[in-house]
Design a protein around this ligand. Structure first.
Ligand SMILES: Cc1cc2nc3c(=O)[nH]c(=O)nc-3n(C[C@H](O)[C@H](O)[C@H](O)COP(=O)(O)O)c2cc1C
Length: 203
């Protein structure tokens, strides 16, 4: 079977979305897809989306916002994105807590998908948990640490974030399953297209 090509465009503030994007890319490659993995904060230009059989977009969340470069990418390409099988994911503190997970999905995914009219049958979206790095090697500034501490403190008692430690709430199994489901949908639509072409050529 010829390999379909997928674009995985993402950006991160503190690195956890990047690591999720690498993991997804790895799964897609194992599922026989060719992946263009592009950090939207880099200088790499994406000339056209036409040749891609599907697109995945990923963003970290900071102060209730997507990374600006990802939002800009969606804004600039919303017309063509509507025509493609689309996967959208975020990594967020609020998505880490089962009590605020649904709210995070609504705030950070549904709102954007609706704003750019991207919602459709071929859209898969997921809010993955994120990282609260309170370890001594954390890259957050003093103020960033305070903000994140506030998010952690506003959570319910069942959700424990350890001070002084790196708390990683990314569920790698869920991430891999989501990526596999996306790859399956691309591969099965490729197969459908191929069998339709073969039937048409027999007529
Ligand atoms: C300064 C700061 C602000 C944050 N604001 C939010 C927020 O508003 N909502 C949220 O759900 N998570 C918030 N988070 C948590 C991040 O979304 C989480 O750490 C995520 O894993 C970051 O992804 P990234 O490393 O790819 O940037 C914040 C984290 C920091 C450090």
């Amino acid at each position: 079977m010829t390999q379909a090509q997928v674009l995985l465009a993402y950006a991160s503030n503190f690195g956890s979305t990047s690591e999720i994007a690498f993991e997804i890319a790895d799964v897609l490659q194992q599922e026989n897809l060719i992946v263009d993995l592009i950090d939207l904060k880099s200088d790499i230009e994406i000339s056209s989306l036409t040749s891609y059989s599907g697109v995945i977009i990923g963003s970290g969340i900071r102060m209730a916002h997507w990374v600006e470069e990802v939002l800009h990418f969606v804004q600039s390409n919303s017309k063509i994105l509507k025509t493609k099988p689309l996967g959208v994911f975020i990594s967020s503190g609020e998505a880490s807590n089962p009590d605020t997970y649904e709210k995070a999905k609504e705030k950070y995914l549904l709102t954007i998908l609706e704003e750019f009219q991207l919602m459709g049958p071929k859209v898969m979206y997921e809010a993955f948990g994120g990282v609260f790095d309170f370890s001594s090697s954390s890259s957050y500034s003093f103020l960033e640490k305070k903000i994140l501490q506030k998010i952690a403190d506003s959570s319910s008692s069942g959700f424990v974030v350890n001070d002084g430690k790196l708390n990683d709430f990314r569920n790698w199994q869920l991430i891999r399953e989501w990526a596999t489901a996306f790859a399956d949908s691309i591969n099965s639509s490729q197969l459908n297209e191929k069998s339709q072409t073969q039937s048409a050529s027999r007529v």
